[in-house]
Design a protein around this ligand. Sequence first.
Ligand code: PLP
Length: 409
Amino acid sequence: MIRINKHYQKLKASYLFSDIAGRVKAYQEAHPDQELIKLGIGDVTLPLCPACIRAFEEGVREMGQEESFRGYGPEQGYLFLQKAIAAGDYASRGVSIDPEEIFISDGAKCDTGNFQELFSQDITVAVPDPVYTVYVDTNVMAGRTGEWKNGVYENLIYLSSGSQTAFLPPLPRQRADLIYLCFPNNPTGAVAGRDELTKWVAYAQENRSLILFDGCYESYITDDALPHSIFEIPGAKEVAVELRSFSKTAGFTGTRCAFTVVPRECRAFNEAGGEVKLHPLWNRRQSTKFNGVSYPVQRAAEAIYTPEGQKQVREQVAYYLANAALIRSALTDLGLETFGGVHSPYIWVNVKRDSWEFFDELLARAQVVCTPGSGFGPGGAGYIRISAFNSRANVEKALSRLSALRLAP
Ligand code: PLP
């Protein structure tokens, strides 16, 4: 008898964004002539920059000619892109990363979801709360949690943070083997300073834990004094793996390219407590289950690191950050308490009431779509997330609709 993975049945009925899509669709069907402005889902809206498009087209042209055609590429990614990342993202900040420690992939979502399979099923897992839901759901699927009860999964450590601690998650009170960190954070926009990250690295060293550091929004950090990578912290290479993506940096959400850095020093432990390096394990996993990102896409990603590409993608990030500043200041003027939006494209808003109720009200009264905070974990209750990934015109229109409402509690 073919039997299913019983852990899938523990998953909450649906994924946050499908819930939102369902409500939006129902509203649109009932009000076909109303124009909606979507400040909800974290998808970008600006097109790929000219430098990336040129490299992309050139890559496609090469694939169309016998002398430059390429079949399967290296599962780990092409060396030209690994080298560009090592130089552009790491050496430029004084961090030495060997290009072969960088694994190119088709998305940080897959990498965050897949990496946990290197670990034993009985490890303890800690996730910030609120946070990107993929960390939680993939551990549920892997059978590391108990049932969903009273709004939380049993046997999962929630590192609940609030406005009093600037949404920085606290160290776990009980021992956590695998810890997910996400800075700048989705959804709160919180960013960690050097002392904060140093504290986490020390915890992981003392407790023989591993940190999965999701730095997908790194390019939104506007203060050069803040760490852009966990590897800027001494000792982090033994205890952390870093995930990055070109999705929000360069508009690659539909093009798909990301990478995971697994330093050669990075370790976990076997049943007998002996050290096992993660680099060869992840290499084995990727070589077995993944066949690489397409050549033209990797050429397009490489172009981000040229002077022209850097200028163009920075302009895109600056555009979204300017939207974020507008949203933040307009909502503050309306009397709402806001967080994030400075080193992040997300503005986290304290609506002081049920976040789905606020979502429905915003949809019905302003035809603006946001993301209810409770979808990011129990700690998101009473908040909504607004995304700056839209055109300036749409952001301005949405804000003028909101200013006509009394939104503050
Ligand atoms: N990590 C975080 C925190 C995200 O918010 C997202 C996308 O929204 C991802 C990872 C996924 O990135 P990718 O598009 O590379 O799969």
